[in-house]
Design a protein around this ligand. Structure first.
Ligand code: SF4
Ligand code: ZN
Length: 453
């Protein structure tokens, strides 16, 4: 159920009892352990461990501490080692200006060279960063659209940096240090990052969580890290385990993906995954990507779209949920008849309904569908995305006139639904103010800013 993505099991202090360490990990619910190398010698040792234990996977690479003698000859060796079938990343690599064991120029040279290798081999990178935030961020930003993916392990940067990394599709992870007494600022960062972007790790034999602090760390203690994350996110441990395991699958390909979820639970609401089709193509949308959301697999082709009965069967008694929400990676009104049939069932059985839409439903169905909201949809939530037509068209990659289409849909929906909410995803304060003004004064709907990380 847990995946410890970062555990240096080749350290000499594991030599005596490695079999027991592995057994303890298993019996504590750890499914897989990834062992990152720190230099060429340990890279070879990670492969030995991966060969010996089924649950162990390996990373090969040179840690910034060990880059003093770096030459590009190392690259060839790493590339050869990375051919091993259980190597899942180039790691750990990065910069460390805290200890400064190797000259900065050497660290940067090795970091860049290993990034290039990861790109060439289509492997993710696993990054170590200590007091080198500025340089690390500058370098990874240079590779922003190159397809480079990775994990920032033992994250100790700022929240804005974490957000930048997430926008660039990196995963971040935290170790036992989030259980330390004085780690309030770190805990604040953890609680501000959606589970969708988190991985689990121990960084064994270091960073031992409370109450074992001061002793050797080991993969079975990953449970204490998960428990802390669950507490900070006010979520069950199983939920954190499920989502972070899917994240490990997304990044490293370890484990497996569950079948398409036609309905999925978030908090107290049941979400209905209607379609992956959409008339828009938003720049931030994951619809054409893996379509995974909070550990749920929402990917489906047109042929796989189930009938209303399938959703109704999965819903059962709708009163069990806060709301039944029509929302997935796609525009639900593309299957408006199915939405209506399911919504009708929900209403007849005492449930509440919400439709999350781009507001193009009438355009898509070639008729004004807003009167049909009456008695079926309680709340309509329209993604507004921008405060003017040009920006809107740019973000959603649609024609500019669709901005007015969305506005009139919202206006009209107000007559038939109990409530209309309009949302924007934005980091720009001025944009937000402009959008709020339109929504509250011109449309008379409720306004909400939604965060997409
Ligand atoms: S409207 Fe929604 S589903 Fe369609 S592309 Fe944009 S974010 Fe994705
Ligand atoms: Zn490490």
């Amino acid at each position: 159920m847990f995946i410890d993505t970062h555990s240096h099991l080749f350290y000499p202090n594991f030599a005596e009892d490695i079999d027991e360490v592995i057994e303890r990990a298993k019996s504590s619910g750890v499914d897989y352990i990834i062992v990152p190398a720190t230099d060429i010698e340990t890279a070879k040792q990670t492969l030995v461990l991966a060969d010996k234990y089924e649950m162990v996977y390996a990373e090969v690479g040179v840690h910034p501490h060990e880059t003093k003698e770096w030459t590009n000859d190392n690259l060839k060796i790493i590339e050869d080692l990375a051919q091993h079938g259980k190597v899942v990343a180039i790691g750990e690599i990065g910069l460390d200006y805290y200890y400064d064991f190797s000259p900065k120029e050497k660290q940067v040279e090795a970091f860049r060279a290993q990034i290039e290798l990861a790109l060439k081999m289509d492997l993710p990178i696993v990054v170590h960063n200590r007091e080198s935030d500025e340089d690390v961020m500058r370098i990874v930003k240079e590779y922003c659209n190159s397809g480079l993916r990775g994990q920032f392990h033992c994250f100790n940067g700022s929240l804005p940096d974490a957000r930048d990394l997430i926008r660039m599709k990196y995963f971040v992870s935290f170790t036992g240090n989030i259980t330390f007494k004085k780690a309030d600022s770190l805990r604040d960062i953890v609680s501000n990052i959606r589970l969708h972007h988190l991985l689990l790790e121990t960084d064994s034999p270091f960073m031992t969580p409370v109450p074992y602090r001061g002793k050797r760390n080991e993969p079975s203690y990953v449970k204490l890290v998960v428990e802390k994350i669950a507490e900070l996110h006010k979520m069950p441990v199983e939920e954190v385990a499920r989502i972070t395991s899917i994240n490990a699958f997304r990044l490293f390909g370890i484990g497996s993906l569950q079948k398409t979820n036609y309905t999925y639970l978030l908090g107290n609401n049941l979400y209905i995954n209607i379609t992956n089709r959409c008339n828009a193509d938003c720049v931030f949308c994951n619809r054409k990507g893996d379509a995974i959301l909070e550990g749920y697999n929402l990917k489906m082709s047109k042929d796989e779209e189930p009938p209303a009965e399938k959703y109704i069967e999965e819903i059962g008694d709708p009163k069990k949920y806060g709301e039944i929400v029509f929302c997935g990676y796609g525009e639900p009104t593309i299957r408006w008849d199915v939405v209506k049939a399911v919504a009708k069932y929900v209403k007849q059985n005492g449930g509440k309904t919400r439709l999350d839409t781009d507001g193009h439903g009438s355009f898509i169905n070639k008729r004004d569908i807003t009167p049909e909201l009456k008695g079926t949809i309680d709340v309509v939530s329209v993604s507004m995305n921008a405060a003017d037509a040009s920006k809107y068209a740019e973000i959603m990659r649609v024609e500019k006139r669709m901005f007015n289409e969305m506005i009139s849909f919202a206006k009209s929906a107000k007559q038939y639904a109990e409530k209309v909410v309009m949302t924007v995803v934005s980091f720009d304060e001025i944009e937000i103010e402009k959008a709020k003004e339109i929504v509250e004064n011109k449309i008379g709907a409720e306004f909400r800013v939604r965060e997409y990380f």
